[in-house]
Design a binder for this molecule. Structure first.
Ligand SMILES: [Zn+2]
Length: 216
């Protein structure tokens, strides 16, 4: 499968799983150090064809494609640059306004560590990033300090972003984040979440360190 077909397939799955709705959301896949394949602006991500994708350089110049790149591509580019600087390269980014992550984003909250093993091990810390204007470099720059510490972030009053070593991994992180946020919201609605016993936290922390070091 070509990179363009792969990104369309991952975008379709994100759409069908309800992580993105309408024309929102955007995805990218790094083809080479200065060539980023990305989804176009204003199209339903569930029905993209490879010829609708664009290729941009790390500085935002459009290199290929007749569509207009997503207005939020600057978030992706700032994150790729930050990952390079941290020597923790990432290959794919999925930005969504998935409902439960965005619910927490509106409340100015994230999911605390120490509640759900899959959150702690698969995702690592889930930072809440202060609001920055969508479409500006400031969004990615605010996420940048967290790029080597985990795989996702919640963007206050906006949505969520996930990244990974390939497109499948970035989608898996976006899906896991939404699932964890949904369970956390439901638990909060019904009662008070109970933390994992403190003496069992180090085992989770070790597993998380191994996973993040492997950039899984
Ligand atoms: Zn957005």
């Amino acid at each position: 499968m070509s990179s363009a077909h792969l990104l369309c397939e991952v975008a379709r799955r994100a759409y069908e799983r309800g992580l993105i709705a309408g024309a929102e959301g955007n995805l990218s896949l790094r083809l080479a150090s200065d060539r980023i394949l990305c989804t176009p602006s204003g199209r339903c991500k569930g029905r993209l064809s490879p010829d609708e994708l664009c290729i941009v350089a790390l500085d935002g110049r459009q290199l290929e494609g007749s569509s207009t790149p997503s207005s939020e591509i600057r978030l992706h580019l700032a994150l790729y640059r930050a990952a390079d600087a941290a020597r923790h390269p990432i290959v794919s980014i999925v930005h969504t306004h998935s409902p439960f992550a965005t619910t927490l984003a509106l409340l100015g909250q994230s999911v605390p560590a120490g509640l759900l093993p899959e959150a702690d091990v698969l995702l690592g810390p889930i930072p809440l990033i202060p609001y920055r204007t969508p479409g500006t470099d400031a969004v990615g720059e605010a996420v940048a300090p967290h790029v080597a510490r985990g795989f996702t972030a919640i963007l206050a009053n906006h949505g969520a972003v996930a990244w990974g070593r390939d497109a499948e991994s970035a989608l898996l992180h976006a899906e896991t984040l939404e699932s964890v946020c949904r369970v956390y919201c439901q638990a909060r609605a019904l009662g008070t979440p109970v933390a994992i016993p403190p003496d069992l936290i180090p085992a989770l922390r070790d597993a998380r360190r191994r996973r993040i070091a492997a950039n899984a």
